[in-house]
Ligand binder design. Structure first.
Ligand SMILES: [Ca+2]
Length: 488
């Protein structure tokens, strides 16, 4: 009936041969090689669905779906948030930028409306894409080609940069490889390439490469395989006077209706400061941004120096850093992170539930805030609190505080909210807790907690006892424990 009343309607994921093809995953990406053609509408072969089939019998372009919420949730819930601007922007490039249609799963709030946070995230993504693809640097440049069809102006190279996809550059039949060269006439910086084939004549390009003339020398900036309706590539910024796109096809000839070049600004995000188990600090920032940092309590601008490589902080301390984009002088917020002493010499010498599976107790001190120990095992079942673990620090330390990283994966099973911490010189005599209490509001705010002792205490052994957890209180789950020492 739909076909009778709406003959041009397109079905997503249907078995019809005039449908949009489900891309084979629900994570919001198509393969970089992505043909609009397909042959087996029934197949569940994921790789085939993500890539399409060159020369396939049916025209079934890919449609890539995923959720606005991350971690992925298809329905509204209070614990999931919309994707960050960076994640959301990445989705644009891995779907639309790879010749796929983008199908975004929204979660409708109990009010019957799209949640404000989701609406804001979508508007921010639109604004970001507009900013990244704002000024087409190919427009107004001069363009030359190795060959065009019939020497006719209808298919001249200018048709690929004239701002409309209705006109196109095309080569003569039998031409398998051809190039377009853009001359900016001055050094020009860019990091995005957008290509479109003239899709009414099908999808033809098998591979392409963009070379740029930087300081008088030609070098490859980026390369790809298929193009289709639209392909957008991101690459490290290059500064060049000329850019040469070489395309190859197995079809009778080549077409290109659009060639655009952009210089996208960085998505500014706060730097992420990490420590490994040996106390080596590394700082991550958006590609292209510089990072400035300082160690300790000095945070005036003069104290900050440029970050170039990981550094040692095995005795612990605090690191303050911000990211800076030299292209537009924008900065991130300044962030400070406290680190406990390095865990290279630590050993777990006792635990009420070691869990030998991938949730082994060693994950509590592996320096990775995302890996988790829990007291749930296929064969041993769930074990409720109290559960405790004893750590040998390898040497005597003047302990001033401990850190606790809760599970933070949008699941609350075993999320520990009450604790006792014991300290001992010999691992035998524990006495009363050095500190005990509750991690307040841990469910809504599952970030690392720093619990300071009333006064520092020398110890070589630490016992952490989880005395209560959320949900059914029948399991314990913790990502990481740490110790902060007094400066010597
Ligand atoms: Ca861990």
């Amino acid at each position: 009936m739909i076909k009778a009343l709406q003959p041009k309607a397109i079905f997503f994921g249907g078995i019809n041969t005039d449908a949009a093809r489900w891309v084979g995953n629900e994570s919001g990406y198509a393969n970089e090689t992505n043909w609009c053609t397909f042959s087996d509408t029934q197949t569940s072969d994921r790789k085939l669905r993500e890539s399409g089939v060159k020369g396939g019998k049916y025209w079934l372009p890919a449609e890539a779906d995923t959720t606005i919420l991350y971690p992925k949730k298809w329905y509204f819930n209070n614990s999931s948030k919309p994707r960050t601007l960076k994640q959301f922007t990445d989705l644009y490039y891995t779907t639309i930028g790879r010749n796929a249609v983008f199908n975004l799963g929204l979660s409708i709030a109990p009010s019957g409306r799209i949640h404000d946070d989701d609406a804001k995230a979508m508007l921010a993504q639109k604004k970001q894409i507009d900013k990244e693809l704002a000024k087409d640097l190919a427009t107004g440049a001069s363009i030359k080609t190795t060959e065009f069809r019939d020497d006719s102006n209808s298919f001249s190279p200018e048709k690929s940069i004239d701002g409309t996809t209705k006109t196109y550059w095309a080569t003569s039949d039998g031409i398998k490889t051809a190039s377009l060269t853009i001359d900016f006439e001055k050094d020009t910086t860019f990091n995005r390439l957008l290509l479109q084939e003239y899709i009414p004549l099908g999808q033809r390009v098998d591979s392409f490469s963009l070379q740029v003339k930087e300081n008088g020398i030609w070098k490859e900036a980026v390369k790809g395989t298929t193009i289709g309706y639209k392909r957008i590539l991101r690459f490290a910024p290059v500064t060049a006077s000329k850019a040469r796109l070489t395309l190859h096809t197995d079809a009778p000839c080549l077409t290109l209706s659009n060639l655009s070049i952009y210089n996208a600004p960085i998505i500014m995000t706060d730097p992420v400061i990490n420590s490994d188990r040996n106390g080596r600090i590394s700082i991550e920032a958006p590609a292209g941004a510089s990072v400035f940092y300082t160690i300790g309590s000095k945070t005036s601008a003069a104290d900050l120096k440029k970050y170039t490589a990981p550094f040692d902080l095995s005795n612990g301390g605090s690191v303050t850093a911000y990211a800076f984009d030299p292209s537009d002088n924008s900065s991130s917020d300044t962030v400070t992170k406290h680190f406990g002493i390095a865990k290279a010499d630590w050993k777990i010498i006792d635990c009420t539930f070691p869990n030998k599976d991938s949730a082994s107790v060693n994950r509590l001190i592996d320096g990775d805030l995302t890996t988790m120990w829990h007291t749930h095992h296929d064969t041993q079942g769930r074990q409720s609190p109290p559960q405790s673990v004893i750590i040998d620090l390898g040497r005597t330390i003047n302990v001033t505080a401990f850190t606790y990283m809760p599970r933070h994966d949008a699941c609350f099973v075993g999320l520990v909210d009450r604790y006792e911490l014991y300290l001992s010189a010999d691992g035998i005599d524990w006495g009363s807790p050095a500190v005990k209490g509750e991690f307040h509001n841990i469910k809504n705010n599952p970030i690392e907690q720093v619990i300071t002792l009333l006064e520092p205490q020398k110890a070589r052994f630490v016992k952490f006892k989880a005395t209560h957890s959320l949900e059914a209180n029948d399991c314990v789950a913790i990502c990481e424990l740490g110790i902060i020492a007094c400066p010597d």
